[in-house]
Design a protein around this ligand. Structure first.
Ligand SMILES: [Zn+2]
Length: 182
């Protein structure tokens, strides 16, 4: 299906926000909790969705006037998946109009445009560019990167797609990745 158009349209703004908040300033796993709770003052809650385990999380903009926002994460999911869902929920808050929230989210539910956009947002947020460049520089695999950044491997795939797209757009050429084993 490729990169969702809604995400590409917002990419310059997303890059601006990531730069502004210094999200990629340090190497290693992105401090997603710190970004959400300290820098953005968005409340982060954990819950067990026993009855609805297909729900990975949701985000809500409550009483728009007061800008009270919060994110709820299904704590029954694996740690790396929870980090992915946090990025995904922040994506909804940053790139989607408040009237579209809340969405009960399942990152695997790819038929919905908003869900796919939030997934690519999470990939862009949680997988910095330097990590992809480590493929060529140090021969790192997608699994190495996913492990180092504490994200699911699938997210590295999505970020790689964006990276290739950006290379094509910005440099007018695609690097030769044929000899790289993923
Ligand atoms: Zn969602």
């Amino acid at each position: 299906m490729g990169i969702p158009r809604g995400f590409i349209k917002q990419l310059p703004r997303i890059r601006g926000l990531i730069g502004y908040y210094g999200v990629h300033r340090q190497e290693g796993p992105v401090d997603i909790d710190g970004l959400i709770t300290e820098k953005l003052k968005i409340k982060l809650r954990y819950a067990d969705f026993d009855q609805d385990e297909w729900i990975f999380g949701f985000s809500k903009v409550d009483e728009i006037q007061t800008k009270k926002r919060f994110i709820v994460i299904n704590q029954a999911k694996p740690y790396r998946t929870q980090r992915f869902v946090k990025g995904h929920e922040l994506g909804h808050i940053w790139i989607h109009p408040p009237e579209d929230l809340p969405l009960m989210c399942n990152p695997l539910y790819e038929s919905k445009a908003l869900e796919r956009e939030a997934d690519y947002f999470a990939a862009y947020l949680l997988v910095p560019k330097y990590a992809l460049e480590s493929i060529r520089k140090y021969g790192n695999s997608f699994d190495d990167i996913a492990l180092g950044l504490e994200v699911p491997r699938e997210l590295v795939h999505k970020r790689f797609e964006i990276y290739m797209y950006q290379n094509k757009m910005e440099a007018g050429s695609i690097p030769n990745w044929n000899q790289v084993a993923f």
